[in-house]
Design a protein around this ligand. Structure first.
Ligand code: NAP
Length: 494
């Protein structure tokens, strides 16, 4: 069977960062990617209007600057093209095995290796770096009778571009970051649109603007200008943590701005009331859109706030009413706190990562290493998500950390490292204490940041530079070193 020292799972932002840095470090590795192209969430989410709500100059790799971003908030095709170009220019394309979905990864204690079974064969690896991402498995509601619906249904992350919405009766279920981006385009084509809202989001104006050719010219020819923009954007975003995490009451200022924005966009008091959130701003992801509220005031667009209870062959049902539709679009989010990849990972002694995380909640030392799973490292693992800044900053810090850990592992002569349970417990206790007073935990809402037991297992509670500082150097005291397996003695016939 083929053996590769390092296997990276996924070729999105995280997997590509790992691949590029592994290559620079002279490591031998492969990237296993389930799809036929790279890009992760930026490959899968092709819905109309898809764009990043974090400015591109900071939502990009520090080691692969792009002076040519055309807008403050780049649209999805531009981000995908950036990732494809970056992978090509950094020479990692040959290392990516497309259409290789990881079906199972099992730690083989005797060999001190991971056995990785993919949809295209098996291989073994000393080290497994998982960059499969928290927003990669679409989640659809379990609506009774949905299988009988004769119209078309699809999820926002698997947009059916072959479905012509012109003149159709369309249901949009969900009002999160995805829905607010595509609703205006759907409403522009459809004959009638019903938006099923369970909880109103806080929406602020989107300060998007084109970046002029002159400015791009300056960025291309005078890199300090680009770096200054990146730094200023980064610090501006970073300052949001003061309200989100340190003093949630500060969010009242932004709430006032959001309420004024809503009042400017929506004249009807009944609709305005239905769209007014009753929890602290920031508790759920703050949405940026200039055309979401205006779209909801269009005559053929209706906001439905009654709870969905099921489906019939012709439409969706709320308590006591049936609503006929031709197309139902689910913008209902992702499996974040119950990542399906965990069900595919078996650690020391046959333990299942999904079972471990169901019992104790997702947890990992620095969002990276889990006790019982030697030489397994997550990127964008537990409590590394952000409500305020660019996830790319976190990814780069984690990749540096994993490479440092690998170098120390090699230097130690051991075969594997495994996070110590007591180190993870202490780390997690500290995180959870810190998270308790943040807006995400105390803001009075339910969100995908919290698991079904109300634990925040997704977000990093403070500044991203604190995370990067903590991960600058791996502390081997937090790990157990596992010596190489003793070679099997050959049996010599007597
Ligand atoms: P989401 O934020 O999880 O939103 C899901 C929506 O579906 C929520 O409004 C939720 O209501 C609703 N919902 C879920 N189950 C439902 C049910 N059974 N009945 C009725 N409504 C239901 O998902 P998303 O909009 O795809 O965004 C996910 C994340 O992706 C974002 O938070 C963000 O981090 C990222 N994203 C980023 C961008 C970007 O610009 N960078 C764009 C899109 C997405 P409740 O609020 O009541 O739960």
């Amino acid at each position: 069977m083929e053996h590769v020292p390092v296997v990276v799972v996924g070729a999105g932002f995280a997997g590509l960062a790992a691949a590029i840095k592994l290559r620079e470090a002279g490591e031998r590795f492969v990237v296993l990617e389930r799809a036929a192209d790279l890009g992760g969430t930026w490959r899968d989410n092709t819905y109309p209007g898809c764009a990043c709500d974090v400015p591109s100059h900071v939502y990009s790799f520090s080691f692969a600057p792009n002076p040519d971003w055309t807008r403050a908030f780049s649209p999805q095709p531009e981000i995908l093209a950036y990732l494809q170009r970056t992978a090509r220019e950094h020479g990692v394309l040959p290392a990516i095995r497309f259409s290789h979905e990881v079906l199972a990864a099992v730690w083989q204690e005797d060999a001190r290796r991971w056995l990785v079974r993919t949809s295209a064969g098996e291989l073994t690896a000393d080290v497994l770096i998982v960059g499969s991402g928290p927003l990669s498995e679409p989640k659809e509601p379990d609506l009774a009778g949905l299988e009988t619906f004769a119209g078309t249904t699809f999820h926002s992350a698997a947009w059916r571009h072959d479905v012509d919405l012109t003149g159709k009766r369309v249901a949009v279920v969900g009002t999160g970051a995805s829905a607010v981006q595509f609703l205006p385009a759907v409403a522009a084509a459809a004959g009638a649109v019903s938006v099923f809202q369970r909880t109103p989001p806080w929406v602020l104006p989107r300060r998007d603007r084109p970046i002029s050719p002159a400015r791009r010219w300056v960025y291309r020819h005078y890199d300090p200008a680009r770096r200054l923009t990146r730094a200023a954007t980064y610090l501006g975003r970073e300052s949001w943590i003061l309200g989100f995490s340190f003093q949630p009451a500060l969010m009242r200022l932004a709430e006032r701005q959001a309420r004024e924005f809503l009042a400017r966009c929506v004249a009807d008091p009944g609709l305005r009331d239905a769209l007014t959130p009753r929890y602290r701003l920031g508790c759920k992801r703050v949405l940026l859109s200039n055309d979401y509220y205006p779209t909801l005031t269009r005559p053929h667009v209706r906001l439905v706030t009654d709870r969905l209870v099921g489906a019939t062959p012709t439409g969706l049902c709320t308590e006591g009413s049936e609503h006929p539709f031709d197309v139902v679009i689910f913008a209902t989010g992702f499996h974040v706190t119950d990542p399906p990849i965990a069900r595919r990972i078996t650690g020391r002694g046959g333990r299942s990562l999904a079972a471990d995380w169901t019992a104790g909640g997702m947890r990992a030392l620095h969002g990276t290493a889990v006790p019982g799973y030697p030489n397994l490292f997550f990127l964008v693992g537990p409590n590394t998500g952000l409500g305020h800044n660019s996830i790319v900053v976190m990814i780069e810090a984690q990749v540096r950390y994993v490479l440092d850990l690998l170098a120390r592992l090699r230097g130690s002569g051991a075969a594997a490292v495994e996070a110590r349970p007591e180190a993870v417990a202490a780390y997690n206790d500290r995180l959870q204490r810190r998270l308790a007073t943040t807006v995400w935990n105390s803001g009075g809402c339910a969100s995908w940041y919290l698991d079904e037991n109300g634990r925040n297992t997704t977000l990093w509670p403070t500044f991203t530079f604190s995370f990067a500082r903590e991960l600058r150097r791996a502390d081997l005291a937090d790990y157990r070193l596992i010596p190489a397996a003793r070679p099997q003695r050959e049996l010599v016939p007597a």
